[in-house]
Design a protein around this ligand. Structure first.
Ligand SMILES: *[C@@H]1O[C@H](CO)[C@@H](O)[C@H](O)[C@H]1NC(C)=O
Ligand SMILES: *[C@@H]1O[C@H](CO)[C@@H](O)[C@H](O)[C@H]1NC(C)=O
Ligand SMILES: *[C@@H]1O[C@H](CO)[C@@H](O)[C@H](O)[C@H]1NC(C)=O
Ligand SMILES: *[C@@H]1O[C@H](CO)[C@@H](O)[C@H](O)[C@H]1NC(C)=O
Length: 194
């Protein structure tokens, strides 16, 4: 019994780390590509914006499972982008409100297998390049789920900086590692009680 529980804990830990490492790696690589594109245009690099990343994650989860077609992601005709009825909920979840995101830019892309080079050109060589080359944007949040990657750009002005709506909402960020820790703690307690 003991060994089964510790095996379970180990597996949970291993999978979480594996998952983090995988998605962080892809996202970091894309950010690097975007920033070298910007530096080739002499536009300042984008820095990571945690709240934009939170929104990107919420949106990526909605796209996940949808097929890539020639009308999705980077191929979407501007103005016909998919609208999510739950968008206000995602903002809430990330402690954002519409007034701090209005100048931001949400850019989903769909690439089977998320092949890094193809993902990058979906941003640099598509309709999105007019946002990527824009010095008005200074921050970025990236998330991927399935074949989808969502890049959210933020500005350094109040109407696009993705700053949290209420003080103290920065607490949201560490929730995930915390729940993992609690799981491990509970696991250890169960082990000790045996
Ligand atoms: C998308 O692909 C379909 C067939 O797969 C084609 O009929 C259609 O014209 C394409 N649309 C665009 C915008 O390329
Ligand atoms: C974006 O990725 C798709 C694959 O999903 C590819 O067919 C398309 O050519 C790419 N677009 C650009 C501009 O690289
Ligand atoms: C950014 O891209 C747009 C559209 O491709 C172009 O019209 C504009 O001149 C570019 N701006 C810079 C600073 O490269
Ligand atoms: C968003 O938050 C700002 C500052 O906290 C506030 O002034 C504004 O009224 C809020 N907007 C909405 C739509 O809730």
């Amino acid at each position: 019994m003991d060994s089964r529980i510790s095996l379970l804990c180990f597996l949970v830990l291993a999978f979480s780390l594996l998952h983090c490492a995988r998605s962080d790696g892809n996202d970091a690589q894309l950010l690097k590509g975007i920033n070298s594109y910007r530096s080739s245009l002499k536009v300042p690099a984008l820095t990571e914006n945690k709240n934009a990343a939170c929104l990107a994650e919420q949106l990526a989860k909605q796209f996940k499972g949808q097929q890539c077609t020639n009308t999705t992601g980077a191929n979407t005709v501007i103005g016909t982008e998919q609208q999510f009825p739950d968008y206000p909920k995602y903002l809430d979840h990330c402690h954002l409100n519409a007034s701090v995101t209005e100048d931001g830019q949400v850019m989903p892309a769909c690439v089977p297998g998320l092949v890094p080079g193809v993902v990058l050109t979906n941003y640099t060589k598509s309709q999105y390049n007019r946002f990527l080359n824009d010095s008005q944007f200074s921050g970025v949040g990236i998330a991927n789920e399935g074949d989808w990657v969502v890049v959210v750009l933020s500005t350094s002005t109040g109407s696009g900086d993705y700053s949290p709506a209420t003080p103290g909402s920065n607490w949201a960020a560490p929730v995930q590692p915390f729940s993992l820790m609690i799981l491990l703690l509970v696991g250890s307690v169960v082990l000790l009680m045996k």
